[in-house]
Design a protein around this ligand. Structure first.
Ligand code: ADP
Length: 244
C-alpha cells in the first residue's frame, strides 16, 4: 500500500540545506490505521507531502497503491492526487459560500463527473459521517468537528484506498478530537483503507494499530499499540526518544 525506501529530503534556503528526512524506510502493507508521531520539526509533514506526491524526494523511492509516485509524469500525478489519495489537514479548507454537500462534491465538479453520480456519492458519504442533517448547511453553521468531517467526506469522494491526515484535530476540542480519531479507525476498517495519521499527540496515536516514531528526520522506532492506552504510548514514545 505505502512504502518508502531510503527517502531523503532537504530544503534549500539561501544556499543553506536543512535536512528534513535523512533516509526513511517505512512500509504499511495492509489496509489499516497507522500513526506517524514525532516532535515538531521531526519531518512528519515533509513525509506526508512526499506520500501525497505534493513534493519530490531528493533520493529514494516512494510507493503508494502499487505506484512509484516520485517518478510520475504530470498527467499521472493529476490523476493520482485527485482520485487515489485523500488528504485532510488541520485547516478544514472548506469553501465558505458552499454548503456541506457542495463542498463534498467540489472535486467531482472539477473532474467533470455527472451531477447524479456526485449527488449519490455525497449523500452516502455525508450519511456515513453522521452529517446527513447538515448537508445544506454552510461551514459557518457547523461545529469544528462537523467541518472536519465534511473535509473527510470530500477527501473520500473518489473512494481512494489511502487517506493521509496531518494533525487533523489541531483545531478541535478534546471531545471532537476523540470522535474524529475513532471515526478514522472505523473508516479504515469498514472501507478497507490505509489511513495514516500524523500527530504529536499520544492520545491520537493510541487509536492507531501501529505508530512509527520520527525523530530528526529518521524513524527511530515503531510502537505496536495493542494493549496500550495514551499514557502507555507516551511512556514508550519518551523511552524511544531518550535512546535516539
Ligand atoms: P514536522 O511536520 O514534524 O513539524 P516538518 O516536516 O515540517 O516537521 O519539518 C522538518 C524540518 O524541515 C524542520 O527542520 C523544518 O524547519 C524544515 N522545513 C520544513 N519545511 C521547510 C521549508 N519549506 N523550507 C525550509 N525548511 C523547511
Amino acid at each position: 500500500m505505502i512504502r518508502c525506501v531510503n527517502v531523503e529530503k532537504s530544503y534549500r534556503t539561501g544556499g543553506v540545506a536543512t535536512p528534513a528526512l535523512r533516509g526513511i524506510n517505512l512500509s504499511f502493507e495492509e489496509p489499516g490505521y497507522y500513526g506517524i508521531m514525532g516532535a515538531s520539526g521531526s519531518g512528519k509533514s515533509t513525509l506526508l507531502h512526499l506520500l501525497a506526491a505534493l513534493d519530490q524526494p531528493d533520493r529514494g523511492e516512494v510507493w503508494v497503491s502499487g505506484k512509484r509516485v516520485d517518478q510520475m509524469d504530470e498527467r499521472a500525478l493529476t490523476r493520482f492526487r485527485r482520485r487515489e489519495i485523500g488528504l485532510v489537514f488541520q485547516q478544514f479548507n472548506l469553501i465558505p459560500t458552499m454548503t456541506a454537500r457542495e463542498n463534498v462534491e467540489l472535486p467531482g465538479v472539477l473532474a467533470g463527473e455527472s451531477a447524479a453520480w456526485m449527488r449519490a456519492r455525497s449523500a452516502e458519504l455525508l450519511d456515513a459521517l453522521g452529517l446527513a442533517s447538515r448537508a445544506a448547511h454552510r461551514p459557518e453553521a457547523l461545529s469544528g468537528g462537523e467541518q472536519q468531517r465534511v473535509a473527510i467526506a470530500r477527501a473520500l469522494l473518489f473512494s481512494p484506498q489511502v487517506l493521509l491526515a496531518d494533525e487533523p484535530t489541531g483545531n478541535l476540542d478534546s471531545a471532537s478530537s476523540e470522535t474524529l480519531w475513532t471515526l478514522l479507525g472505523e473508516l479504515a476498517q469498514t472501507r478497507s483503507m490505509t489511513i495514516v495519521l500524523v500527530t504529536h499527540e499520544p492520545a491520537a496515536a493510541a487509536h492507531c494499530r501501529r505508530v512509527d516514531i520520527l525523530h530528526d528526520g529518521r524513524v527511530i522506532g515503531r510502537i505496536d499499540t495493542e494493549g496500550l492506552d495514551a499514557s502507555g504510548l507516551a511512556a514508550e514514545y519518551q523511552r524511544l526518544g531518550r535512546t535516539a
